[in-house]
Design a protein around this ligand. Structure first.
Ligand code: PMP
Length: 436
């Protein structure tokens, strides 16, 4: 069975096939200079085709929440796939129904929550946009600069990083400055960024809005945390203009930030809609919109049908993920191991002057590189050099941020304290190498 598909595994052959047969849109997004072909994953580790082992600090773009090929998640999905791989939502199946109940139970109490399963994060974002506009009857949306919400046309229209935006995106979106406490345009603090929301509503919209989308911690934007009071203050201002507060938890959810299951909880805000994906399926394709029931109900008038939405194989994986998070205390592990790693990153900052900032919470961490600590001019070249050296040290991470000057760390939440030593030592050597 293993070679049923007759796969040629060499790096050169894979690179040649990609080069010849992938469209430019699919082959552009490549991190390392030389191809890296992965063959195997187990929990927080990856092995390439030559057998070299890596600590996966990127978690395959935050999809691997509880560990690569986690045996319990794989077993749940395989059992379902063997019984019935797909069951369209026109027909009833207990697995997604159970999963909807279990997801709703993770939401803040005091509301009735309903769930719509999609295949990806951007589909869930699209749906949340439609829900917000339908429910409020308003068209204008607010989003944050340096936000990333996905590649579909609608999700791109609320994405605030030029490199991810293509021509012809739909409009009716106004962007507000992200409250970046390291390099935000109004400096540190919360209030100036909330004032900016009010100003934008009164100058760049009809005065009535459908809602605001906020990543509770910005991911591709370079791990930008929302300062205390921002999420709740934004919700208040947007609701005063008739809009909804929509939390994008695609990267920050499922306990990754350590203190909470959902990163919006750190500010006490209760969103109207929560969008989730990636870690929800531990690598199986899945996304979901969880909305207050009254908001979900406005969609009763028309059909909204995602062919693979509520696919039982992915939902079986999702149910297993929630169970593993509880059984293996991965949120607590994210908190503890993340705190230890952050300490080590702060220590690196003392010793490497290219590091302008280290930040983050739980296992959502970042190092930002600058040419000069005073001017804070982003240093994409050093970031790229450190990133390449990390590969040699057996570390996979991500170059992020609008200036590609941030190393983002979002590993599987089973990262251990022993790994922290290896990560910190590897980074230390990579910074030394890059400076040489
Ligand atoms: N929102 C955020 C915060 C994301 O990081 C992403 C994906 N990187 C998306 C939405 C879109 O998800 P997907 O790629 O599954 O469509």
């Amino acid at each position: 069975m293993a070679d049923y598909l007759e796969t040629e595994w060499s790096s050169a052959a894979t690179a040649a096939r990609r080069e010849r047969y992938y469209a430019a849109s699919q082959k552009k997004f490549v991190p390392f200079k030389e191809p890296l072909v992965f063959k195997k994953g187990s929990m927080q580790y990856l092995w390439d085709v030559e057998g070299k082992k890596y600590i996966d600090l990127l978690g395959m773009n935050v999809c691997i929440s509880v560990g690569h090929s986690h045996p319990k998640v794989v077993a749940a999905a395989m059992a379902q796939a063997q019984e019935l791989t797909h069951c369209t939502t026109m027909f009833y199946h207990p697995t997604p129904a159970h999963f909807a109940e279990e997801l709703a139970a993770t939401m803040p109490k005091g509301q009735e929550w309903v769930v719509h399963f999609t295949n990806s994060g951007s589909e869930a974002i699209d749906l949340a946009m439609v829900m917000a506009r339908t429910y409020t009857g308003n068209l204008d949306l607010l989003a944050l600069r340096t936000a990333y919400h996905g590649p579909t046309s609608a999700a791109q229209s609320i994405t605030g990083i030029a490199g991810f935006r293509h021509p012809g995106m739909p409009g009716h979106v106004a962007f507000v400055a992200e409250p970046n406490q390291y390099r935000g345009i109004f400096g540190p603090g919360t209030d100036p960024y909330l004032d900016e929301i009010e100003r934008t509503i009164s100058s760049a919209t009809t005065g009535k809005v459908a809602g605001i989308f906020v990543e509770s911690v910005q991911g591709y934007g370079g791990i930008v945390e929302m300062p205390k009071g921002y999420m709740s203050g934004a919700a208040e201002r947007v609701r005063a203009a008739g809009g909804l507060y929509i939390a994008d938890e695609v990267q920050s959810g499922f306990g990754r930030t350590g203190d909470h299951m959902w990163a919006f909880e750190s500010d006490g805000v209760v969103p109207d809609i929560v969008v989730m994906a990636k870690g929800i399926g531990n690598g199986f394709p899945l996304g979901a919109v969880v909305a207050r029931k009254a908001i979900g109900d406005v969609m009763a008038e028309k059909f909204m049908f995602h062919t693979y939405g509520a696919n039982p194989t992915s939902c079986a994986a999702g149910r297993a993920v929630l169970k593993v998070i509880a059984e293996e205390k991965t949120q607590e592990n994210s908190r503890q191991v993340g705190a230890a790693l952050l300490e080590r990153l702060k220590d690196l900052q003392q010793r490497h002057k290219v590091i302008g900032d280290v930040r983050g919470r739980g296992l959502m961490l970042a190092i930002e590189m600058v040419k000069d600590r005073k001017s804070k001019e982003p240093d994409a070249d050093v970031t790229a050099a450190v990133f390449e050296s990390c590969r040699g040290q057996g570390l996979v991470l991500s170059k992020s941020g609008p200036n590609r000057s941030v190393l983002r760390m979002v590993p599987p939440m089973c990262l251990s304290l022993q790994d922290v030593d290896k990560v910190a030592d590897g980074l230390d050597r990579a910074f030394t190498e890059a400076a040489a």
